[in-house]
Design a protein around this ligand. Structure first.
Ligand SMILES: [Zn+2]
Length: 313
């Protein structure tokens, strides 16, 4: 592990305020938080922020990268005995920040789970390459095939913050399977043709939490680079009918995901699909999106999306 450029003192103060929030009796039940009070648990760190949601027997620590880099989330599930990391970050700096935060919790890191192929979620596997890394078989294959390419095209913008090599998930997760770890059950679903062609969602029945990752965004621009408008909408309509969760954690934006964010995403996708059918350039699409959604975060995702929707000939 490289020596981090993070300030240790600053980091520790962030982690300390995190534990203070965790100890506050107000944050006990996701049911009461899904209405929007969760922001009160946000802990600023040197780069990203950390929100801690405490349940009876577990906690979820939700990291979010800054707006400029897409508000990408990483979730650390803390069971009584260990930690499970869901997704990493694109930049080495954020990955190191999360690793240090995880170590400050003083429990062994049991595993990392990677939700899908996009580099903002798996580059950070590099910081956790010493633990088993789980994913769908399709995601493992996609990273194996495209990982080096993603690292290469990220070098001009990220420079030294790109991981030095790809880390391919080494343990497979099947659709419909589950793990029970320290009494906490994780139920896995393989979602297809949505934000990415293959995605994993994780449902925690004990806590009634759905970790949706990039199936859902919250007040952020959705990455539509795969052009799976219909498939993604179909998946979101199914999600809207799903009444098993009280809290849904998105892959981009605050972890205050709700049924409202599902509706918002459906409207957003329909809008972008319609404009995309009419315009000829990425600039036109971007202008229309920014005009319709001036307050949405993660605008950089629109530029990345347009590279795929309007490939250079
Ligand atoms: Zn993402």
């Amino acid at each position: 592990m490289n020596n981090s450029t993070l300030s240790r003192r600053h980091f520790l103060s962030g982690a300390l305020s995190g534990s203070l929030v965790l100890g506050a009796p107000a944050i006990v039940n996701a049911r009461s938080l899904s209405g929007g009070a969760l922001n009160q648990g946000m802990v600023p760190m040197e780069h990203g922020s950390m929100a801690v949601t405490a349940f009876k027997d577990s906690s979820i620590h939700s990291y979010q990268s800054p707006n400029l880099t897409g508000c990408v989330t990483t979730h650390i599930i803390e069971t009584p005995e260990r930690l499970i990391v869901v997704d990493g970050q694109r930049s080495v700096i954020y990955g190191q920040e999360i690793r240090r935060y995880a170590e400050s919790l003083k429990k062994p890191i049991d595993r990392m789970i990677v939700s899908h192929l996009h580099p903002d979620h798996w580059f950070g596997a590099y910081q956790f390459r010493d633990v088993p890394i789980y994913s769908l078989k399709q995601t493992q294959e996609e990273i194996e095939q495209l990982g080096d390419y993603f690292i290469d095209i990220s070098k001009p913008s990220l420079g030294e913050h790109v991981p030095p090599e790809k880390v391919i998930p080494d343990t497979l997760i099947d659709d419909g399977s589950s793990h029970t770890i320290d009494g906490l059950t994780l139920e896995y679903s393989h979602v297809t043709d949505a934000e990415s062609d293959n995605m994993l969602t994780i449902y925690l029945p004990n806590e009634k939490v759905l970790i949706a990752q990039d199936l859902l965004y919250n007040n952020c621009h959705l990455f539509c680079g795969h052009g799976n408008f219909q498939g993604w909408q179909k998946n979101l309509i199914a999600l809207r009918k799903n009444t098993s969760f009280d809290l849904v954690l998105p892959g981009h934006g605050d972890n205050t995901g709700s049924r409202q964010s599902i509706d918002d995403a459906l409207i957003y996708l329909e809008f972008v699909e319609n404009v995309y059918a009419k315009v000829n350039t990425g600039d036109e699409l971007k202008a229309a999106i920014l005009e319709r959604y001036p307050s949405y975060m993660a605008a950089s995702l629109v530029d990345i999306q347009n590279l795929f929707l309007f490939p250079k000939k």
